[in-house]
Design a protein around this ligand. Structure first.
Ligand code: CUA
Length: 332
C-alpha cells in the first residue's frame, strides 16, 4: 500500500513500515476528529441560529455525556502512547550482533568507519538484511544523521556517543541528510547509503586492505602506553579490560554503571570522573591527545576484548599485544 504514493519516501528498512503505519493512524485519527468538530460546528451554527423571539436556555450537565467524551479520547491517546512507545523502543534498541559502523560528523561531512576497517566519506555501503548499529559523535557542533528511506534520524553530538540502528530491506541508493542546522554548508552535508546484496557487499568489503578497527585500536593502546597499567596477565594500576564491555562496573563512589561505549570514551577523556572500585584516580586524561577516529578505534579494541576469541585477527592482535607489553615494560 502507498508504495508508489509520492507523499512518502522510499520504504527501505525494517522500521519504515511500523513508523508509517503509526503516522497514517495519527493522520486518520486527526482527520476524523477534525471532520467531527467541523460538522458539529456547522450543525450547531444552523440549528441554534438567531431567531426572533427565541431565547437561550440554561442547559444542565450530563454525566454520561461527559464520561463518554473523557473516556473515548483517553483510550485513543493510550493506543497512540503504547503504539508509539513500542515503535520508539524498537528503533532505539540496536539488536545484539549488529554490525557496527562508527560515524564522525564534522562541518561539513560524514566520516564512516566499519568495524572491519573500511573507511568512507559521505557514503555508507551496507548489505541488505543485516542489522547495522551506528556509534556516532561529532568533532564540532551538533549534526543529525537522517535517512528518510529508513525512517531513521538521530542527533550527533560533540563529546559523547549517540546510537542508532537500521536494517535495510531493499537494495538501492538512498539519501543521507544532515538534519540539524550546523553552519554555512549545512545543506551540502549530504551523502548516500548504498544497500547491496550480501554477496556484492562481501566483494566490496574485501576490496579494502584495511585491518579491523579493533586492531588499529590495539596499536594505539600500545603506543599510548595504556598496556602498562591495563594488563591482562597481572594486576596493574588500572583495571583489566578483558570482558568488561557491556558488563556492570562497580565504582569507587558506590555507584554501579554499565561499561558501554560512552563509559569507555569518558574513561579515556575524563578518567577521574568514574573510577572503578579498588583503583586510584591516577590515570592522566587523553583529552586533546587522541582524535575522534582514534577514540573510536580504542573503543572498538576494548569491545573486542569482550568477544569470544575465535577470529585469527584476535589471535594475531593478542600476540602483538604481548610483544608491545614486553616493549612497554622495558621502557618502564
Ligand atoms: Cu551537519 Cu547540518
Amino acid at each position: 500500500m502507498f508504495d508508489n504514493f509520492p507523499l512518502w519516501p522510499d520504504r527501505a528498512s525494517a522500521a519504515a513500515g511500523n513508523v508509517d503505519a503509526l503516522f497514517i493512524f495519527l493522520l486518520i485519527v486527526s482527520g476524523l476528529m477534525s471532520l467531527l468538530i467541523f460538522s458539529a460546528l456547522l450543525y450547531f451554527a444552523a440549528r441554534y441560529r438567531h431567531r426572533r423571539g427565541v431565547l437561550a436556555e440554561q442547559i444542565e450537565g450530563s454525566t454520561p455525556l461527559e464520561l463518554t467524551w473523557s473516556v473515548v479520547p483517553f483510550m485513543v491517546f493510550m493506543v497512540i502512547f503504547v503504539w508509539g512507545a513500542v515503535v520508539f523502543f524498537k528503533s532505539r534498541t540496536p539488536p545484539r550482533d549488529s554490525t557496527e559502523v562508527y560515524v564522525v560528523a564534522k562541518q561539513w561531512m560524514w566520516k564512516l568507519e566499519h568495524s572491519e576497517g573500511q573507511r568512507e566519506i559521505n557514503e555508507l555501503h551496507v548489505p541488505v538484511g543485516r542489522d547495522v548499529k551506528l556509534i556516532m559523535t561529532s568533532q564540532d557542533v551538533i549534526h543529525s544523521f537522517f535517512i528518510p528511506a529508513f525512517r531513521m534520524k538521530q542527533d550527533v553530538l560533540p563529546g559523547r556517543y549517540t546510537l542508532a540502528w537500521f536494517r535495510a530491506t531493499k537494495p538501492g541508493t538512498y539519501h543521507l541528510f544532515c538534519a540539524e542546522y550546523c553552519g554555512t554548508q549545512h545543506s551540502g552535508m549530504i551523502g548516500s547509503i548504498i544497500v547491496m546484496e550480501p554477496a556484492q557487499f562481501e566483494a566490496w568489503m574485501s576490496g579494502s586492505p584495511a585491518g579491523p578497527l579493533s586492531a588499529s585500536g590495539e596499536k594505539i593502546f600500545a603506543e599510548l602506553g595504556c598496556v602498562t597499567c591495563h594488563r591482562a596477565d597481572t594486576p596493574g594500576r588500572g583495571p583489566n579490560l578483558e570482558g568488561i564491555f557491556g558488563k556492570p562496573v562497580q565504582l569507587e563512589d558506590g555507584r554501579t554503571i554499565t561499561a558501554d561505549e560512552n563509559y569507555i570514551r569518558e574513561s579515556i577523556l575524563d578518567p577521574g570522573s568514574k573510577v572503578v572500585s579498588g583503583f586510584k584516580p591516577v590515570m592522566p586524561t587523553f583529552q586533546g591527545l587522541v582524535s575522534e577516529e582514534q577514540l573510536n578505534a580504542l573503543v572498538a579494541y576494548v569491545k573486542s576484548l569482550s568477544q569470544p576469541v575465535a577470529t585469527s585477527t584476535r589471535t594475531a592482535a593478542a600476540t602483538q599485544q604481548d610483544n608491545s607489553r614486553a616493549a612497554g615494560s622495558q621502557v618502564q
